[in-house]
Design a protein around this ligand. Sequence first.
Ligand code: PHE
Ligand code: ZN
Length: 881
Amino acid sequence: MRPDSPAPVRLEEYRPPAYRISTVDLDIRLAPRAAKVRARLALERAPGTVPGTPLVLDGDELRLTALSLDGRALADTDCTITPDRLEIASPPAGPFTLEIETVLDPDANTKLMGLYRSNGTYCTQCEAEGFRRITYFLDRPDCLAVYTTRIEARVSEAPVLLGNGNPVESGPVPGTDRHYAVWHDPHPKPAYLFAMVAGDLACVRDSFRTCEGRDVALNIYVEHGNEGACGWAMDSLKRSMVWDEEVFGRAYDLDVFNIVAVSDFNMGAMENKGLNIFNDKYVLARPETATDQDYAGIETVIAHEYFHNWTGNRITCRDWFQLCLKEGLTVFRDQEFSADMRSRAVKRIADVRLLKSHQFPEDAGPLAHPVRPRLYHEINNFYTATVYEKGAEVVRMLKSLIGDAAFRAGMDLYFRRHDGEATTIEAFLACFQEASGLDLDQFSLWYEQAGTPVLKVDSSYENEAGRLTLTFRQHLPPSPGQSEKKPMHIPVRFGLMGADGRELVPGGVAGAEVTGDVLHIRSPQQTVVFSGLTERAVPSVLRGFSAPVSLKTDLSEADLLFLAANDKDPFNRWEALQSVVMTTLIAATAGTARQDPVAISPALIAAFAANVADDTLEPAFRALCLHLPGEADIAREIGHNVDPDAIHAARGAIRRAVADDIAPEILATYEAMRDGATFSPDARSAGRRALRNTLLDYLGHGSDPAGAARVQAHFEAADNMTDRFAALTVLIHADLPGRAEALAAYEARYHAVPLAMDKWFMAQATAPSGATLDRVRDLTGHPAFSPANPNRVRALVGAFASGNQSQFNRPDGAGFTFVADFARDLDRRNPQAAARMMSAFRSWRALEPGRRAHAEAALRHLAAEGDLSADMRDIVERCLQ
Ligand code: PHE
Ligand code: ZN
C-alpha cells in the first residue's frame, strides 16, 4: 500500500452508531444544474453514548447552503463542515432536530452514485454509500429511519415524481410551472435503500392481490416508446410475488411496487424500498431485440430485486461486511425461483458454469476474499462473484446439510426473529443451528476462509467383501491475508451406479455422518466405506454440485463416460462429460506446443454423437453438454504458465474434430430443432433454439465449406434476436464469408436500439482475431458508443477485456495497455465502472512469463498515477500484491 492510502475498514472495529435518526423528512426541489435538498433529521443520542460525544455525519462532495439545530442556525464554532464530513461538537442531551440544506448538480454527476440524470430522468443510486452524496447523514446500514419525501419539479420536465413507500399527496405548486408529490415509507430502512425518480416517463400498469388480501398496484416506468417491451418483466414480477408467498411464506408489504428502467446504471438493478431502479437491459425485451438469455436474465433480476424486499430490506445488514447476508441469500432465492420456472437441471448447470467461470478465478487470484470479508478499502469493489454467487452456494450447502424441512424452519425463525433489524451472519446461522440441532461452527468457515477447496476422491472396490471405499482429501490453498486454513465442513451428495445403470443401495455407510444422500466431510482426510454391495459400483459424488469445490476423482474415462450416459443426477451427467472434455482440451493444449495432431478419443466422440441424437433428453441440456468449456475455463484448470494462444488453437482444433466426426448427426439435429412456430420466450422453445444454435457454431467451425452458407442462411432467416445474434457471432468469430454484410445489415437495422447495438459491439470485441484490438479501438468512436454509458462500455471494452482471452492477453501486451489506458480515462468519470473493468487483470499471475511481464507493467504504470480513484487504486494495488 502507498503510504497515503486511507486506512482500511475492519470488521472487528465495528461499533454501533453513537446517535440514532428516527425520522427523515426530505424536501427535494429539482432543477438540472441545481437541485436543492432540505433534510430534516430527528436525532437522539443512542443509549450508552457518553454525553458530549460529537455527532459525525458522512458526506461526499457536498455543498452545504444552510444548517440549523432545533431551528437555530449553527455557528462555525459549533461545527466543522467539509464536503465529506459534518461534525457537531456537542449536540444536545435530549432529542433534537437537524435541518440540512445542500445543493447538488445532477447533470455533473457522472459517477452515477447519489442523484444524477439518465437521458433526462432524475434518479438516485444510494447503495452502498451514495446517500451521503445527497445530504449529510449517518450513512451506514444499521441506521434505520422512517422516510417522508417531498419531490418538486417543473411539470413539463418531470410529470412523474416517485419516492419510496406509498404516495401521500400531490398537486401543483400554485403560481408556478411546478408540481410536487409526497411519499411516505412506513418501514424503517437504511439510507442505502432510499430512492427518488422524476422524469417524463411512460407507465405500464398491472395489479396483484397478496395472500394477505392486500391489493398492490404494480407499475413499470420506461421511456416513451418502450411500453411494449415491458410485458415479460411484469409477468416475471407477478410470478415472483406468488412464488415468494408459496415457497417462503413472504408477502409484499406496501400498496405500490414501482420499477423504473434507466439507461445509465452501473449495476444490474437496485432494490430500493417500493421503488426498484433497473438497468433497462433487465426490463426491456422484445423478440426482435432480446435473446433468450436476456429474457432469462430479466426473469432472474426482477425476482432478485423483489425478493430483497424481505432478504435485504425488512431484514438488512448490520454493516457492509455482512453484504452476503442479503446478496448470497437473495441469489440463492432467485436461483431457486428460476429453477422452479424452468428446468431445474439446466438452471443448476448454468449457475455452476457461471460460478466456475467468474468466482473460481476470483478465488484463485490476488482479488480473492472471503464470502464475508474482514477488511476493505472500498466497499464498491466487494459486489463480487464471491459475495453473490459463492454466498448463494453457502446457503445451498446449509440446506443440503440440514435438509429441506429444517432449512424452511430456520428461514421462518430468521424472518420472525430479525424482522425490522440490521443483523449479521452469526444471527442468521444461529437460526439454522436452532432449527436443525446441527453444530454449524465448522460450517461457518465457509464465510471466513477464501479460496476454492480442492477435494480429491480416491475409490477402491473390493469384490469379495462387496465394499466400496472412498477416501476424501481436502486442501484449501493460501489466499491474500490467510496462509493457514482449517478443514471445511463439506456436503457431498452421492449415489452409487451399478453396471446396468441402476442406482445401488449400500447395506451400510461408515466413516461419515449422512443426511439423506449427503455425506458430511469434515476432516482433512476422511475414509468412507459403503458395505453390502453386490456388484462393482461407480461412485457419483458431488451430485448437483453440492459444494463449491474443485473436485478431483480417480475415475477412468470409461467410468466418467458411463456416468455421462447413465447417472441419475443430470448435473453429474453433464459434469462427467465436461471432465472428459476438459482433460482432452488440456492435453491438446500441451500438444499444440509440440505441434501434435489433435487427439480425441473415439469413446468421447461416440458420447457426443449419442448426446446430439438423444431425443429423450431436453434440448437445453444437450446444448450444455455439447458446449465446450471456454478458453478462460481451460486456463483456470491449467492454472499456471498459461499460453492463451495455445488454448485457443487447441480448443479450435477439438471443436473442428467434433464438427467433422459427427457432421451427419449435427446436421440432422440442427434441422430437427427448426421451429416453425412464432417466437415464444418459454424455456422449452428457448431450449430448442439453444441446441440448434450450439450446433450452428459447430457447422460454422467445421471443415465442410457448406457450413458457411448455412450460417449465412441462418442469419438471413432469423425472425428473432436469439437466432440472429447467434449467427452473427459465428460469422464473425469463424471469420466466414458474408461477415461484413451481416455486420452492416445488423447495424442498419438496430443503429437506434442501444441494447441491440451492445450485442453488435460485443460480437466484434470478442472475435479471436489479431485485428480485433484495432477494431475495438475504432469502435470507441462509433456514434452508438459512449464512454458515459456503462452498458456500452461493458459491451465493447469490458467484453474485450473479460471475454476475449487470446486478444486481451496478446503476447505483445497491447491488449493490456489498451484496457489500462481506457480504464484510466474512465476512472475520471466513473470510478466504479473503471475498477470493475480492471478486475479483468485478476488472473495475470497465471500467465506465461512474457505476457505476465506485460500485464505487470500495465498495472505498475497505473499504480504510479497520482490521482486514481479509491476504487481503482484498491483493485490495482490488490492485483499487484
Ligand atoms: N443491491 C443490488 C442487487 O444486488 C446491486 C447493486 C449494488 C446495485 C450497488 C447498485 C449499487 O440487487
Ligand atoms: Zn442483490
